[in-house]
Write a protein that binds this ligand. Structure first.
Ligand SMILES: NC(=O)c1ccc[n+]([C@@H]2O[C@H](COP(=O)([O-])OP(=O)(O)OC[C@H]3O[C@@H](n4cnc5c(N)ncnc54)[C@H](OP(=O)(O)O)[C@@H]3O)[C@@H](O)[C@H]2O)c1
Length: 289
């Protein structure tokens, strides 16, 4: 692999696939990693098996690829090895990236917060996770900052798209079709981000020298309930099939308000649209819900 190469960890994942598509459109040379899904591999990408739990393997892949840029998307949310994969694994990637002199873009999450803030979280707000997943993502941020201080740490929100459909939308649509019966919380606020907007912003960020935390989320804050109704409508289903609930009904604590303030990203020229704007631009929303 020559020196001008983008390595996407988690290339078989939802965001990873969008990054690979867009990087291909830009004519970038791309290498990507997979963990369990080699069948989805595309031929114009250099593919590497990776297990984030194995520090020597992480170093070996990154040393072999010699990327100029690494966009680290790989993670697991529901896994007995959650902390090893999502937390410690990000540290191994950061160490290896620093060692080969690669620019690192690390993907973090809005769930590093407890969700109790009034208003949106800025880049200066410190993590205070209340879930195992949030703890692993917060640990990842700390390790990335320690081992690769020049890295950009991108905090993002629920990622959605249409081709293919993402897991959050699939969940809401299953409710709207009557295949599931969960309630969507009215008091759980997020800033859903269109996967294509996020991938564009990440590839642009990779070409900048921005370092530290930056929020890349959609421009509109919605409750999961409101978002579920919009998704149902966007897919030609009845929004009234979406039933609202409250976060307190959850058997485990969940952060309620994870709205992210994207003023800095906007000032820097990144285009991160709100859900209504995206749906209208795709011709999927004509009437207000
Ligand atoms: N999706 C969201 O709504 C959301 C919201 C906020 C933040 N984020 C962040 O965005 C990033 C991407 O999320 P996503 O939803 O696109 O992910 P995803 O679709 O769940 O994909 C996860 C990727 O990680 C890989 N992976 C899993 N375990 C691994 C291991 N032990 N070693 C190496 N690779 C491993 C998977 O490989 P295989 O598939 O080959 O097994 C897959 O490519 C994550 O960092 C996540 O924390 C996502």
């Amino acid at each position: 692999m020559n020196a001008d190469c983008y390595l996407i960890t988690g290339g078989t994942g939802y965001l990873g696939r969008a990054l690979i598509r867009q990087a291909g459109h830009r004519g970038l040379k791309v290498a990507a990693t997979f963990h369990t899904q080699p069948q989805s591999l595309t031929s114009d990408v250099g593919w590497y098996h990776l297990d984030l739990r194995e520090p020597a393997a992480v170093m070996s892949v990154i040393h072999e690829v010699q990327p100029t840029v690494i966009i680290h998307t790989a993670f697991r949310q529901y896994d007995p090895d959650l902390m090893a994969v999502t937390g410690e694994g990000a540290g191994y990637v950061a160490e290896a990236a620093a060692r080969v002199g690669a620019r690192l873009i690390h993907i973090s999450s809005d769930v590093i917060f407890d969700g109790e803030k009034v208003g949106a979280y800025t880049e200066e707000d410190p993590p205070n996770p209340i879930t195992d997943y949030g703890q692993a993502k917060a640990r990842a941020e700390a390790l990335v900052q320690r081992y690769h201080p020049a890295a950009a740490i991108v905090r993002t929100s629920l990622i959605y798209g249409f081709e293919p459909i993402d897991r959050h939308s699939a969940f809401a649509l299953a409710i709207a079709r009557g295949e599931r019966s969960e309630r969507l919380f009215r008091d759980e606020l997020r800033c859903p981000v269109f996967v294509e907007d996020l991938a564009t912003a990440l590839l642009d960020l990779a070409q900048s020298d921005y370092y530290g935390v930056i929020n890349f989320a959609g421009a509109e804050t919605l409750s999961r309930y409101e978002w579920g109704r919009l998704l149902a409508q966007a897919h030609g289903l009845d929004p009234d099939r979406i039933v609202g609930g409250f976060s307190a009904e959850s058997p485990t604590p969940r952060p309620r308000n994870c709205a992210l303030d994207i003023s800095r990203a906007r000032q820097l020229g990144y285009r991160l649209r709100g859900v209504h704007e995206v749906l209208r631009s795709l011709g999927r929303l004509s009437e207000p819900v």
